[in-house]
Design a protein around this ligand. Sequence first.
Ligand code: NAD
Length: 354
Amino acid sequence: MKIAVLPGDGIGPEITEQAVRVLRALSREGLRIEMETAPVGGAAVDATGDPLPESTLKVAQAADAILFGSVGGPKYDSLPRAQRPEQGLLRLRKHFDLYANLRPAIVYPELAHASTLKTEVVAGLDLLILRELTGDIYFGQPRGVRTTESGEREGFDTMRYTEREIRRIAHTAFRAARKRSLRVCSVDKANVLETTQFWRDVVTEVHREYEDVALSHMYVDNAAMQLIRNPKQFDVIVTGNMFGDILSDEASMLTGSIGMLPSASLNESSYGLYEPIHGSAPDIAGKDIANPLATILSAAMLLRYSLDQEEAATRIEQAVRKVLAQGFRTADIAEAGKRTVGTTEMGEAVIAAL
Ligand code: NAD
């Protein structure tokens, strides 16, 4: 099994290095993985003038999954759009048709106080938001600004979902639920929007193939409220691109720490790009203080969803829980009475806990 490692910019190289060390530790114990590193984003612009050079795309194509750090930084902000570091990531999503964005929001008991919500509301939360990433009103045509017959200007976008697009994300949701607590909540606005009534109908049809999984439906306005009121009622939430954009950011704040949250973007053949949800954090790059746990947890998701190595994935997640229980904290989650460590030392603690 091959993993393409694309560290990127800012803290990207520091945090991916720790995830790679964790994977190497598992490989020493018999997990059969090979890793190849290639530049992406600003690092690739510096080396070749292109944020996604052909050579990097080849490394990614030859692999079963991508472990991605983060891209971007002030140095590249004035470049033409095609050369911006983020284009490297967007082109990878497009090239591999990464339509399913998985964002777990897990609140570790030791970090529950870091949330802006009451500890008892979030402690023990373990939620997976599954956002469709390549369709919906974000990509629907026609769109634009036009002048109406009465001479007034109007802006318009088009919400669209094909049956195929809904089916594949529904399958992903039910399969993900089978690796979790067997519950899916599909979020829509079926009371108002035709497209999302269709979404509800198709999700219900696909559900017939997954009778072991419980399916519920919820309107998006209610879901936004329920996520704050009682987030622990959810296991897997599946929703379209726009609702998912908003709800996944809302859910990430339940946990209170950006340095802890991994993500996956998958295509139909379980090829995936795995990355922390945070950016390249130029303000702390090169100081060995960034939290590597979101990237280490992204490596765990990679093992679970692209390489089907559930046991190895769980081992990494348990090791992360253990280091938190042992009191290791990076600066972003620092706490009086606990041991504040740097990026490298946190990586070492996870390996020791493995
Ligand atoms: P950011 O996520 O990089 O940083 C926001 C804040 O969180 C900063 O104070 C940072 O120090 C802190 N932070 C982030 N990750 C951390 C970690 N692992 N440990 C400790 N602290 C952490 O967001 P930003 O500052 O808005 O963006 C910086 C750059 O990253 C920009 O160029 C942006 O375009 C890019 N970006 C890239 C991605 C990606 O690669 N997927 C995502 C978002 C932003």
